[in-house]
Design a binder for this molecule. Structure first.
Ligand SMILES: NC(=O)c1ccc[n+]([C@@H]2O[C@H](COP(=O)([O-])OP(=O)(O)OC[C@H]3O[C@@H](n4cnc5c(N)ncnc54)[C@H](OP(=O)(O)O)[C@@H]3O)[C@@H](O)[C@H]2O)c1
Length: 343
């Protein structure tokens, strides 16, 4: 076969705040001969769907700045979690036609990357949920919500939990787990549409933090036994001011700080004054302990509809830059997925 089109997304420039579509990331139309490209013991993948996650912005930094994940090099094709199908393989355990999950280059076709924090894995055939759901509620976002909650919440019926970004991919999972445990849930999000979604998934006190004062809501509805932190900044300050003595804070992420915005916290003294327990975690810390349980006990609840989820699916690899910017600006409603090709 002669070479075919191969669209690729390159990292072009380190952003100073929000990534700019067409500038931070650029799309190049290249070609690949899928019959002859050298595999060197690996496999050739056709990308089906890509997960656009907040942490991708943290990879857009100077390479000398250390973090839990390597920085993207300017001029390289970016990568992130996704689902692909194997086209050709020289790798043991992977054959043509297998559907795989792991870190993928943002290209229509590519030879699989070397395994890293998230090794490429073959997905079992006949998954009960869609590819997009596998990348959200059944993947990193849902897994982080499930695993972080199970490990650290130690929730007791009747307690109050406050979940920030409660309409988001991680937050909506935490909300639903907390409701199943009989907790009273306070949830914040940044639009009226998201407030309506929070109510739909069971949030008892749902509010728009852009139009309602978070501190006032928490002062009225608290004290908070458990705070699920997705945001940081002013929301964390308001939570600290309204925590129960000996309360628990689970730090999953601090979305408000990823795009160059700095915030001076005012209520950090609550941490010792109220003897708070603070747990930060990464999905990769907890995955070895919880992955089997997550697929056994949680994913079937998604398949039956007992756990609700919401995806924002954009079609076309060339839309990655826009999807990334929407997520970082909080314009997304639901888990952001870029659909590259049908199976
Ligand atoms: N620890 C881990 O291993 C792990 C794994 C996955 C995700 N996370 C973290 O979990 C959090 C949620 O991730 P997700 O995938 O579920 O994303 P998401 O909640 O679906 O989307 C991100 C949301 O953040 C909210 N947000 C709050 N403050 C913001 C601000 N200043 N600027 C922009 N957006 C803001 C926006 O919703 P509003 O409209 O409600 O503001 C936006 O929609 C993030 O902090 C992420 O880094 C951590």
């Amino acid at each position: 076969m002669s070479p075919i089109r191969n669209i690729s997304i390159y990292f072009n420039e380190i952003p100073s705040d929000y990534p700019i579509p067409g500038q931070t990331l650029i799309t190049k139309e290249e070609t690949i001969d899928i019959d002859t490209v050298e595999l060197n013991g690996s496999c050739l993948l056709k990308t089906l769907a890509l997960s656009i996650d907040p942490y991708l912005r943290l990879q857009m930094r100077e390479t000398h700045i250390k973090s839990y994940f390597p920085a993207y090099e300017v001029g390289e094709v970016i990568y992130g979690l996704g689902i692909a199908v194997v086209v050709r393989s020289e790798r043991e355990g992977f054959k043509a036609g297998d559907k795989v999950y792991g870190l993928l280059r943002h290209q229509e076709y590519h030879v699989a990357m070397p395994d890293s924090l998230t090794p490429l894995q073959v997905l079992p055939p006949g998954l009960p949920i869609s590819n997009a759901a596998m990348l959200g509620v059944g993947g990193l976002a849902g897994g982080s919500g499930y695993m972080g909650y199970k490990e650290y919440a130690k929730a007791k019926k009747g307690q109050t939990i406050f979940v920030s970004t409660a309409a988001g991919a991680v937050g909506s999972v935490v909300v639903q787990l907390a409701k199943r445990d009989g907790l009273r849930v306070i949830g914040s999000a940044g639009s009226e549409e998201k407030v309506a979604y929070m109510k739909e998934i069971g949030v008892d006190v749902a509010f728009n933090y852009k139009t309602t004062d978070t501190n006032a809501v928490l002062a009225k509805e608290g004290p908070i036994d458990i705070y699920w932190e997705n945001v940081g900044g002013a929301t964390l300050d308001a939570a600290l001011a309204n925590m129960q003595v000996h309360g628990t804070i689970i730090v999953c992420g601090v979305m408000s700080s990823y795009n160059g915005v700095e915030y001076a916290h005012k209520n950090l003294s609550s941490i010792f004054a109220k003897s708070l327990h603070i747990h930060g975690f990464l999905y990769t810390d907890l995955a070895p302990k919880y992955t089997e349980e997550f697929y056994r006990d949680f994913v079937p609840l998604v398949a039956t509809g007992a756990i609700k989820h919401n995806e924002e699916i954009t079609r076309g690899l060339d839309k990655v830059g826009e999807a990334m910017a929407r997520l970082q600006k909080g314009e997304n409603t639901g888990k952001v997925v870029v659909w590259v090709a049908d199976e």
